[in-house]
Design a protein around this ligand. Structure first.
Ligand code: NAD
Length: 329
């Protein structure tokens, strides 16, 4: 069975589920076999995969990437791994970081070891990292050659897994490719992250919590553009290379809040200023020239259009997000 399938870890999460739909909807990949390995933590949701469940090319395994026996069995049957599974929410990593170290570091190591044992230099391992591994930058943008300087337990655990993955290329000759993407938005994002949190609160007439002075700046990319970039890296990227991915839409949280209030027909009276996140990175900015020049990548979705479509999606899919909602702020 080796070689025939793609193993997608974390495929029941936000970005992973978009990637699975992207693979199975691609006319060039008519005979692709896609297996999702997902623990279905609070962030994983089988409903995210409803569109593909009936596809005979799709398989789902409910399991933990830290479980060496499960990982060994599944990786043996897949020489390509696209690795999204992670604990992904910075605020949760500040409150409690043990699961971040376990899943992001040990889980990634368990997958890498299984891939090395079963497929050696034939293993293809696309590791989904994040721009947050670089730390915070006041001006300019990070090229891939900049060192990682993570600041939160989340980004430190992601940086550890990113470096572990690259070490398996240098040490064992595995075909490892790493992507470091900026903030994603779009349908199926768990309503704890800023865009779906604000949108679902506003749709319910509840206030939204704005951290500190609202001056923290992020680059935004539609999730559909992210998974297109991941697929390009899987097909055409070079072994051992890191590729930054960004959207070119940099906004302060104040600017983003203004757009979200406007899209939801609400005013600033709905905003509650809350104490800043501990150690809050001020600004992220990736230099995306490498993936553009080497692989011809450009994001295709306009931010304003994508944001309005995302707000509409949450408006039309209450049945998806209402059961996932936490306490009001
Ligand atoms: P998410 O939290 O929505 O999904 C994570 C998925 O991983 C869930 O389905 C969860 O059940 C699964 N998972 C968690 N622990 C697991 C374990 N031990 N074993 C198996 N499955 C497990 O995350 P997301 O926003 O879709 O992010 C996916 C990846 O992309 C992460 O690696 C994240 O660091 C990276 N990333 C995210 C963003 C973003 O803006 N969301 C940006 C850049 C990179």
């Amino acid at each position: 069975m080796s070689g025939a399938g793609i193993l997608v870890t974390g495929g029941a999460g936000f970005i992973g589920s978009h990637y699975v739909r992207r693979l199975l909807g691609d006319p060039d990949l008519g005979d692709v076999r896609v297996t999702v390995l997902d623990l279905l933590t609070y962030a994983g949701n089988r409903a995210n995969l409803a569109d593909v469940e009936a596809d005979p090319r799709f398989g789902f395994v409910h399991g933990d990437i830290c479980d060496a026996a499960v990982v060994d069995r599944i990786v043996a049957a897949h020489d390509t791994v696209v690795h999204f599974a992670a604990e992904s929410h910075v605020d949760r990593s500040i409150d409690r970081s043990d699961t971040f170290v376990r899943t992001n570091v040990l889980g990634t190591h368990t997958l890498l070891e299984a891939a090395r044992r079963h497929h050696g230099e034939d293993a293809v391992f696309v590791h989904i990292s994040t721009d947050e591994v670089y730390g915070s930058i006041a001006r300019g943008s990070w090229p891939e050659t900049d060192p990682v300087r993570p600041n939160s337990p989340y980004s430190a655990a992601k940086a550890s897994s990113d470096l572990l993955a690259l070490s398996y290329h240098r040490t064992h000759g595995m075909d490892v490719r790493v992507t470091r993407c900026s903030n994603n938005y779009g349908p199926y994002q768990f309503p704890e992250k800023v865009i779906p949190l604000f949108v679902t609160n506003l749709l319910d007439g509840r206030p939204v919590p704005l951290y500190g002075d609202g001056g923290n700046r992020r680059d935004w990319l539609h999730v559909g553009d992210h998974v297109d970039a991941v697929e390009l890296v899987r097909r055409k990227g070079r072994p051992g290379e890191v590729y930054n991915i960004g959207g070119g839409t940099e906004l302060s949280n104040l600017e983003l809040t203004e757009l979200l209030l406007d899209a939801c027909g609400a005013g600033w009276e709905m905003v509650r200023r809350v104490a800043d996140r501990k150690g809050h990175d001020r600004r992220y900015s990736v230099d995306c020239r490498k993936i553009a020049e080497e692989l011809g990548y450009r994001p295709r979705r306009d931010f304003g259009t994508g944001l309005r479509a995302t707000v509409d999606w949450y408006r039309e899919h209450r049945g998806w997000w209402e059961p996932l909602r936490g306490q009001p702020c």
